[in-house]
Write a protein that binds this ligand. Structure first.
Ligand SMILES: [Zn+2]
Length: 82
């Protein structure tokens, strides 16, 4: 009986460690950016493209979004220039 209790304790401890690992990897994605073209959340580490405009860095979900932004950044930055 004592042996089984020990095994269960080890299994529970392992599960706890796995859960903590998942929690920390999820919170590390908190530093996300928003694609200004399609407003998708983009992880800067996995972004398909990056542009800088007026000293700000912008990240894109796809090369197509970056191209649209580069062609006319003001269109996507909420500037009412018309
Ligand atoms: Zn996009």
């Amino acid at each position: 009986m004592g042996f089984l209790d020990k095994m269960r304790g080890m299994a529970a401890a392992k599960q706890g460690a796995d859960a903590a690992e998942h929690a920390s990897s999820a919170s590390s994605a908190a530093g996300s950016a928003t694609d200004p073209v399609c407003h998708m959340k983009v992880d800067p580490a996995k972004a398909a493209g990056k542009s800088e405009h007026a000293g700000e860095a912008y990240y894109f979900c796809s090369p197509g979004c970056k191209q649209k932004f580069d062609a006319d950044p003001h269109k996507f930055l909420g500037a009412h220039s018309h």
